[in-house]
Design a protein around this ligand. Structure first.
Ligand code: GYE
Length: 332
């Protein structure tokens, strides 16, 4: 039922965007020139966002909107509410509008070939940001700007290996996965598994999709707790799910960070607060402030300049002893 409602809302949002853009393009007609959907020299950027599922995403959207404004681009922004079909529709609409560049953060990895080929046929360069795609097609995107999610998973695993270095006892782990089929869920799972797989005292006893949301984390953790009474560690693929899970752990009369150690990914302010309060043990950073780098790449791609196929974001790992000091510096 929720799905229907959210899809209807998304369709409405799309129509609104299209109407607004339609009138924009008309007035730009006179300016014409080689600038696709844009008037004069203004770069028109169509951006399809995943949704508004997490604190990370909110910060990412803000960064993109602000940076597009700072760069003087005309941004046509569409929120897919975590539905791939909405993203495909938005990209098709950007192609129809003849925008100069399309950028998007693909909700899942597969299923993009058809629409990417359509963009290529229309000669509109595509920039991937945040999440990657799996494709059999050549030259369907110019560059991919985003974090190394496998490495993030490895960092989470390394912290755990260190934490239990002096113990021979079995370590029972539950995993809250991000959206099934998404690059960060696949890669954070694989990177973590690679590291803990080196020692068989580590065992992932349950692993399930919490869709990167607080409510997802809370519900799935509640289910984990009702079927297992011997959980040592929670590995959450993002902070929002970890924060939701903390509610369920506390509701079960257990102490998060003590009875169950918590590893999370992202580094939003709320998670730093939870770390300072002793409820999360470690956060692997994933930086959402991709806007400035993205606009830079968009400009280059539009000008026909060479760009690297892959641009990675630099990130760190933070533990409880650093949380208090780092908290005032967090921008998201
Ligand atoms: O970790 C999560 C968000 O793709 C890196 O998506 C992003 C992830 C991020 O919902 O919080």
């Amino acid at each position: 039922m929720n799905k229907t409602v959210s899809m209807a809302a998304a369709a409405l949002a799309l129509v609104t965007t299209m109407t607004a853009c339609g009138s924009g393009s008309e007035s730009e007609g006179a300016g014409g020139g080689a600038e696709g959907g844009g008037g004069g020299d203004t770069i028109v950027l169509g951006f399809s966002q995943v949704g508004a599922e997490s604190g990370w995403r909110t910060a990412n959207t803000k960064s993109i909107k602000q940076s597009a404004e700072d760069a003087g681009f005309e941004l046509r922004f569409s929120d897919a509410q975590q539905q791939q079909e909405n993203q495909i529709q938005a990209i098709r609409s950007f192609i129809q509008q003849g925008v100069d560049v399309i950028a998007f953060s693909p909700v899942v990895e597969s299923g993009w070939d058809t629409v990417l080929v359509e963009a290529r046929a229309a000669d509109i360069p595509v920039v991937l940001t945040d999440r990657a795609v799996e494709t059999d097609e050549d030259d369907v995107y110019e560059t991919f700007l985003g974090s190394d999610f496998v490495e993030e998973g490895r960092k989470a695993g390394r912290w755990l290996v260190d934490e239990y270095a002096d113990s021979d006892e079995e370590v029972r782990i539950v995993e809250l996965q991000g959206t099934t089929g998404s690059a960060p869920a696949n890669d954070r799972r694989d990177g973590f598994a690679e590291i803990i797989g080196e020692d068989d005292k580590f065992e992932v006893i349950a692993s399930q999709d919490g869709d990167f949301t607080r409510s997802g984390g809370q519900e799935v953790m509640q289910a984990f707790l009702s079927s297992h009474d011997d959980i040592d560690v929670l590995y959450a693929h993002n902070d929002d799910m970890a924060l939701g899970a903390i509610e369920s752990i506390e509701a079960a009369g257990l102490e998060p960070g003590e009875d169950i150690k918590i590893i999370s990914v992202d580094g939003i302010k709320d998670a730093f607060q939870a770390m300072a309060d002793g409820k999360i043990n470690v956060v692997v950073e994933c930086n959402p402030l991709l806007g400035p780098q993205l606009m830079d790449l968009v400009e280059k791609v539009h000008a026909g300049e060479e760009v690297p196929e892959r641009v990675k974001v630099e990130e760190g790992v933070f533990t409880q002893d650093q949380a208090e000091e780092e908290l005032p510096n967090r921008k998201y």
